[in-house]
Design a protein around this ligand. Structure first.
Ligand SMILES: NC(=O)C1=CN([C@@H]2O[C@H](COP(=O)(O)OP(=O)(O)OC[C@H]3O[C@@H](n4cnc5c(N)ncnc54)[C@H](OP(=O)(O)O)[C@@H]3O)[C@@H](O)[C@H]2O)[C@@H](O)CC1
Ligand SMILES: [K+]
Length: 511
C-alpha cells in the first residue's frame, strides 16, 4: 500500500475530480459520509455529547459536513469553529452554509476565547488541521490543543492528529492532538510509523473515499506500507518435484564463549522458514550444544575454542548470515575482514558483524553488493552517525543504503527496509518482540529465504513481515511480556498459514 506525501494526496484529489467529473465538495461529502457511518455504527444513536472542533480549511470542512450528518441522525452535537485564519476554503464555506440552513450555529473560537468545557465522557472530533498544516499553530490554537489533550475525552482525529505535520517534526510537541483514534483518508501517512511522530495516535484506520484507482496504481512513491496484500505475491510456493537441494544451503557464522545460543536460534529460524540445509560455523566450544539442541543443522568449527579466528566454509553455500554473538576481538575482526574480501555472494550481516563494520569503516567498501544489514537503533547510529530526528534518520539510512548498494533494515516498532532509494514499512510485530534473540531470529529467517532463492529485497521484506507476524501469533498465545525469541521461531509455520488467511489489515497502533 502506497504512502503518499501531502502533495501527492492533493494531486490524487485533483486527478479524481477531473476524471470522475465531480464537484470538489463531492470528495468532502464522501469523507464526511464515511466518518459518519464509522461513528454511527459504533454509537448507534447513543446520547453522548459529540464536540466537533473544526478548522477553516478542508479538514474543518470535513468536520462541518460530519456535524450535519450527525445532527440529521439526532446526535447531541456542539460545533466549534477554530477561527485561526480569514482564508476559509470554498468547501468549508459551502458546508458551513449547509449547516446553518439546518439551524445549527457553530461557536466561533478566536484568540481571546474562553476554552470550552469538555467532560471526560464527551467525544471530541478533531478536524482543526489536516495535511495542509504548514507552520506552527498560533499560541492560542496550541493552548486549545493542550486543553483538548488534558480533557481525558475520547478524541477522534479526522485524517491526521491536528498539529502534526505530515512530513516533518512538529514545531511544538505540546501543540499536537493526542488522538485516541485517527480515521485517515485513503492512504496511511508516514508519520504514523515513526517512533517520534507515531506517539500522537493510539490507533488509526483508513477510510476509502474513492480516490482514482489509476492514479493510486501509477504514482511512484518513496515509501510503501507492506500489508498482507502486498507481501503475499512475494511468496513462492514449494514445488511438488523438489528436494532439499532446491531450497538451498544456508550457513550461519557467529557465536563465541557464552553466545552460542544466538547462532542456534538463527539456524533454527533459518530451517523453520524453509531453507533446505543449514550449517553453522562457530568456535569449537559450540560444537556439542549445537549438535544437541539443533539436530537438523550441521556444525563446522573454528580452530579456536571460544572465538572465531578464520572463517573457512569448504563448500559454496547459497546464503550466509553472519555476526550474531561473534564478538569484536581483534582476531575475529581480521577474520571477518578477510572473509568479506573473499566471499562472492550477498551476506546477511547482523550484531557484531555490524559493530566491526562501524569500528572499521574501510570494510564498508568490501561489503558484497545486495548484502542485507539488520541493525537495531544503536547499531544503526554507529553505522550512519547520529541523527537529529526521525526524518533525518530516514534520509541518512536511505543515502547509506544507496551508497553501498545494500538492503538496510531499520528495526523498530515499524521496521523499515531501504533499498534503491525506497523504504518499505512493515505492518506486523509488537512490543513483546523487543527481547533477547529476536534479532538473531530475524537474521536467520532472512538468510533462509535468500538460501531458498529469494532475491535480497523480497527476502528481507517477506522475512521482516513473517518475523513480525510470528511474533504477533506468539504474543497472542503468551502475552507481550512473556514472548521469547524461541516463541517467535515456534510460530513461523503459523505465520505462513496466516499470510494466506487474514484479511488485509488497514489499521495500526501508534503509542
Ligand atoms: N484527497 C483527500 O484526501 C481529501 C482530503 N480532504 C481533507 O482536506 C484536508 C486538507 O485540507 P486543506 O488543504 O484545506 O488543509 P487544512 O489542513 O484543512 O488546513 C487549512 C489551511 O490552513 C492554513 N494553515 C496551515 N498551517 C497553518 C497554521 N499553523 N496556522 C494557520 N493556518 C494554517 C493553510 O493555508 P495557507 O494559510 O498556508 O494558505 C491550509 O491550507 C485533509 O487533511 C482532509 O481532511 C477531504 O476534504 C476530501 C478529500
Ligand atoms: K485533524
Amino acid at each position: 500500500m502506497k504512502i503518499f506525501t501531502a502533495n501527492q494526496i492533493y494531486k490524487a484529489d485533483k486527478f479524481t475530480i477531473e476524471k470522475q467529473q465531480i464537484p470538489s465538495d463531492a470528495l468532502m461529502e464522501r469523507a464526511a459520509t464515511q466518518l459518519f457511518e464509522w461513528i454511527h455504527s459504533r454509537l448507534q444513536g447513543a446520547e453522548v455529547t459529540i464536540q466537533l472542533f473544526c478548522g477553516i480549511g478542508n479538514n474543518g470542512g470535513d468536520g462541518i459536513a460530519l456535524a450535519r450528518h450527525l445532527k440529521e441522525a439526532d446526535y447531541n452535537i456542539q460545533v466549534h469553529v477554530v477561527n485561526y485564519s480569514e482564508k476559509r476554503s470554498k468547501d468549508f464555506l459551502l458546508n458551513l452554509e449547509r449547516l446553518k440552513d439546518r439551524k445549527i450555529w457553530p461557536e466561533f473560537l478566536n484568540d481571546d476565547c474562553v476554552m470550552p468545557e469538555i467532560s471526560p465522557n464527551d467525544i471530541i472530533v478533531d478536524a482543526i488541521f489536516g495535511i495542509g498544516l504548514n507552520r506552527a499553530p498560533s499560541e492560542w490554537v496550541g493552548k486549545l490543543i493542550e486543553h483538548i489533550n488534558a480533557s481525558q475525552a475520547f478524541v477522534l482525529s479526522v485524517d491526521i492528529p491536528s498539529g502534526l505535520p505530515s512530513d516533518r517534526m512538529p514545531w511544538n510537541t505540546d501543540h499536537v492532538i493526542r488522538a485516541s483514534y485517527v480515521l485517515s483518508f485513503q492512504v496511511p501517512k508516514l508519520v504514523f510509523f515513526l517512533p517520534e511522530t507515531g506517539v500522537y495516535q493510539n490507533q488509526w484506520e483508513l477510510l476509502d473515499i474513492g480516490l482514482d484507482a489509476e492514479f493510486l496504481v501509477k504514482e511512484e512513491v518513496d515509501y510503501e506500507f507492506m500489508t498482507q496484500f502486498d507481501v503475499q505475491p512475494i511468496y513462492r510456493p514449494r514445488l511438488k518435484f523438489s528436494h532439499k537441494g532446491t531450497y538451498g544451503h544456508a550457513v550461519i557464522v557467529g557465536g563465541g564463549y557464552g553466545k552460542i545460543g544466538a547462532v542456534q536460534m538463527a539456524a533454527n529460524a533459518c530451517l523453520s522458514i524453509g531453507a533446505g540445509l543449514a550449517t553453522t560455523f562457530v568456535p569449537e566450544c559450540g560444537y556439542h550444544s549445537l549438535q544437541t539442541a539443533l539436530p537438523e543443522a550441521m556444525v563446522l568449527t573454528d580452530a579456536e575454542d571460544d572465538y572465531i579466528s578464520e572463517i573457512k566454509i569448504p563448500f559454496k553455500p547459497n546464503a550466509i548470515g553472519i555476526g550474531m554473538g561473534m564478538g569484536t576481538k581483534e582476531e575475529t575482526v581480521q577474520a571477518f575482514g578477510k572473509f568479506l574480501k573473499e566471499v562472492d555472494l550477498p551476506l546477511v550481516i547482523d550484531a557484531d558483524g555490524l559493530n566491526i563494520l562501524s569500528q572499521n569503516p574501510k570494510l564498508l567498501n568490501e561489503i558484497p553488493k545486495l548484502s542485507i544489514l539488520t541493525p537495531h537503533p544503536k547499531e544503526l547510529e554507529r553505522l550512519i552517525g547520529e541523527w537529529k530526528n526521525d526524518f533525518d534518520k530516514l534520509d541518512k539510512a536511505k543515502t547509506f543504503a544507496t551508497k553501498h548498494d545494500i538492503v538496510l533494515v531499520i528495526k523498530g516498532a515499524h521496521t523499515i527496509t531501504f533499498y534503491g532509494g525506497k523504504g518499505y514499512v512493515n505492518s506486523t510485530g509488537n512490543p513483546g518482540m523487543a527481547t533477547a534473540g529476536s534479532g538473531d531470529v530475524l537474521t536467520g529467517m532472512i538468510t533462509g529465504l535468500v538460501a531458498m532463492g529469494y532475491d535480497s529485497l523480497p527476502a528481507t521484506v517477506l522475512g521482516v513481515y513473517l518475523h513480525g507476524l510470528a511474533g504477533d501469533i506468539g504474543a497472542s498465545l503468551v502475552s507481550y511480556d512473556a514472548l521469547k525469541a524461541t516463541g517467535i521461531i515456534e510460530n513461523i509455520g503459523k505465520a505462513y498459514l496466516e499470510l494466506f488467511k487474514r484479511p488485509e489489515p488497514q489499521e495500526g497502533k501508534g503509542a
